[in-house]
Design a protein around this ligand. Structure first.
Ligand SMILES: [Zn+2]
Length: 424
């Protein structure tokens, strides 16, 4: 269809006329507010919200001029949580051959269901860590426009992978693998740089790469580095030149070390992290996103015929290593940020990761920071989310009790607002 300039102007005029003139103002009367993981609960306070943003936070429950008041007087109100590693468009388990039978459109339907479960669990922002060609982008728009109840989505789109590596299609006959190819494998620094630019052109907010082998793919090639250092460096430099960060799926220690030295911003999983890898991460400022819930979830499916033999063997190999991962990383001063790999386990259980992190030596406050201020910084969004302050997005949750003395109270969230919209 071809639209003339005059017709386009008329359409735009109609769209502007349909926009609301003045946004509704909302006041939240909170029993107590934790504005920031570094702060103490404030006692009774009133939060004023307009146009999806926080206008003011004032002590007490005095009269505030607002169109609507929400009473959370018995609750602790705090910033919405951030999960840096989700796969909303997929559910756990399932036969790998479904990749060949389920269309992308179905993934968006599954994603809409999971976006709702995730936001109801108190997660107001998620980073989509790899999905079909445009499924996460469609979902991102759906939650942003309020058509689908869900969190703000920072989306990677399809991950960059080596041919036949984790993230590429595997397990079928060659001609089927080729048909299902999403177009994001690359070989050599030049082609890998080109794929980063293509991802950026397609609308990626972040670049996801599968730097090493993976646990849940149908290939027994080990869990070490897949990309060469030169390829990883080309990916990181190209992404940074476009203002994008890079997140690398990495299990093997040398793969983690190479990723960090190449300037990749976050290491996802990090299973075999050793001293040399941790020191490389510390030196480059790479952050660890441990995804402990991924292993928790897949362990629950072991021996039940959920996974193929090649995958079961890999799960059993990594199991003992995850119990000490956060401790190992922090010992060398590596920053740990919250991410769970939801989709590998049941969506909506994301907050169970908090207690798993605490069990490895983090304080309740450090765990809360990892899922708010620290995660916001990883996204480069620390001036918009992760805290409650004037000008910040009204991403707000409420719970019973105090998460700074027991982080597990966040497993039951009673109220969620994203960008000023109350969810249910
Ligand atoms: Zn993942």
């Amino acid at each position: 269809m071809h639209i003339g300039a005059k017709a386009l102007a008329a359409l735009l005029g109609a769209a502007l006329a349909a926009a609301p003139l003045a946004a509704e103002t909302v006041a939240i009367r909170a029993g107590s507010v934790i504005v920031d993981a570094a702060a103490e609960p404030s006692g009774p306070a009133t939060i004023l919200i307009a146009d999806g943003r926080i206008v003011s936070i004032t002590p007490g429950h005095g009269e505030v001029a607002a169109d609507r008041t929400i009473d959370l007087a018995g609750k602790t109100v705090l910033p919405g949580l951030i999960d840096l590693h989700t796969h909303l468009t997929g559910d756990p388990g399932g036969d790998f051959w479904k990749e060949a039978t389920e269309p992308d459109e179905w993934d968006v339907v599954v994603g809409a269901k999971n976006a709702r479960l995730t936001v109801l669990a108190g997660f107001t922002t998620v980073r989509e860590a790899g999905s079909g060609r445009e499924t996460a982008f469609a979902l991102r728009r759906g939650t942003a426009e309020g058509l689908v109840p869900g969190p703000r989505i920072i989306a990677a789109g399809p991950p960059l992978a080596i041919i036949g590596g984790h993230g590429d299609t595997n397990g079928f006959r060659p001609e089927v693998n080729e048909l299902l190819d999403r177009g994001f494998t690359c070989t050599g620094p030049v082609e890998c740089a080109a794929k980063v630019r293509l991802a950026s052109q397609n609308g990626a907010d972040v670049i996801k790469i599968t730097a090493t082998g993976g646990v849940l793919s149908q290939q027994g090639r080990g869990l070490e580095a897949h990309f060469t250092f030169e390829e990883m460096k080309a990916i990181a430099d190209t992404a940074h030149s476009l203002g994008l960060k890079v997140m690398a799926h990495a299990h093997g220690a040398r793969g983690i070390e190479l990723s960090a030295r190449a300037g990749i911003d976050s290491i996802e999983h990090g299973t075999y992290l050793d001293e040399a890898a941790a020191r490389a991460m510390k030196a480059s400022g790479s952050v660890l996103v441990p995804t402990l819930m991924a292993l928790q979830g897949v362990s629950e499916g072991l021996g039940k015929g959920v996974y193929t033999p090649v995958v079961e063997a890999k799960i059993r190999a990594v199991q003992p290593l995850m119990d000490s991962l956060v401790r190992r990383a922090r010992q060398f001063g590596v920053t740990v940020a919250f991410g769970t790999d939801a989709g590998v386990y049941q969506h909506g259980r994301n907050a169970e990761e908090l207690a798993l992190m605490r069990a490895q030596g983090m304080s309740d406050r450090e765990v809360l920071a990892s899922a708010t201020t620290v995660a916001a910084r990883v996204l480069g969004m620390e001036s918009q989310i992760g805290r409650l302050a004037p000008g910040y997005s009204a991403d707000i949750i409420a719970v019973d009790g105090n998460p700074l003395t027991d982080i597990r109270v966040l497993e039951k969230v009673g109220f969620v607002m994203v960008r000023g919209r109350v969810i249910e």
